[in-house]
Design a protein around this ligand. Sequence first.
Ligand code: PMP
Length: 407
Amino acid sequence: MGIEIEKIRGLFPVLHQEVHGKPLIYFDNAATTQKPQAVLDALTNYYEKDNSNIHRGAHALADRATRYFEEARETIQHFINARESAEVIFTKGTTESINLVASTFGRKFIEKGDEIIISTLEHHSNIVPWQMLCEEKGAILKIIPINDAGEILFDEFEKLLSAKTKLVSIVHASNALGTINPVKKVIAAAHAVGAKVLLDGAQSTSHLTIDVQDLDCDFMAFSAHKLYGPTGLGVLYGKREVLESMPPYQGGGEMIKEVTFEKTTYNEIPFKFEAGTPNIGDVIAFKAAIDFINQIGKETIKAHEDELLSYASEQLSQIKGFFPVGTAAEKVSVLSFNINAMHPYDVGMMLDANGIAVRTGHHCTQPLMKRLGLEGTVRASFSVYNSKSEIEKLAEGVSRIARIKNK
Ligand code: PMP
């Protein structure tokens, strides 16, 4: 069964407003998705009824909060098909998850002369932590090149692999272009030389069915706010044996087994990596977001988003002066484009005047933009609550803007 669009839209209060006197059309979903009422309710319910610190409390509220928090971890475990909930670590987001791996796995296992491979498609948060680590350790960062469509060159990747490769950290789906990387092949090839693999799942988790066991990745990082959940919360998935081999991230409460002034022993995973009071309310609300996705079904969501993407590509490509950026064969519902001789920011501002929210600029992928010879793009990214009629409005808006320029 397809998406019942009006019913779904009814679940998202924020969508029902006017911007500059026009009904809001929200096409900035790759930056962050809107939140359904169930997520907002879970958050208020928690603070109204259950607010308490978790794991050590000897009272009813603490028990309840702990139960809901750990149930959320299990929901996420099933969402990505991890073997066990202990492999799900809560962080502040994709960025912190990647930094956690860089500073713990990196601290212990990366040495002078070792190599880390990333791709040209990476978000800054999957570039900078590795540059910092390489600088500290005297390791070397290698970059997988791409073709003009925005696809990684797999043969070139294979040439970069060697016994020196300790880690491959690659985006599953590009936020700037939408490209879905052939990560299963990447992981198998990396494992063949003994390297571990981290997937940046910030964009893929919202569009694709994720099975970390089938992919066989060693780590996956993602953010709740791109999955209809709260901001400032994310997950690091890691294989048990890899997580156990790593030193802790931050020191503090919760991550210890026993502390004496002479020596501290560390807690089991996942707690070893979760120092301090976690973001309890948001974790509980994140469960509501995953439940929302599961109720509709990932396959149904993907089919809807794919349809929106091809409709948008078809509508916009008829406009004189429009050119798409990133034309990979496999894409999530991200349409990056430019209009001849127009600055993306100007296009974004003009669309905003029509109530249409898009993102413009380099999308935190400056090296990718440089490779493509662009300053930036206009990016429309589609989600479960977007409709074909909204895309028609986008096409009308872009067409009007392109006409001004073509005059
Ligand atoms: N990687 C990718 C591909 C992203 O799209 C984003 C968010 N734009 C991030 C990493 C960083 O996510 P966060 O800001 O939630 O940590």
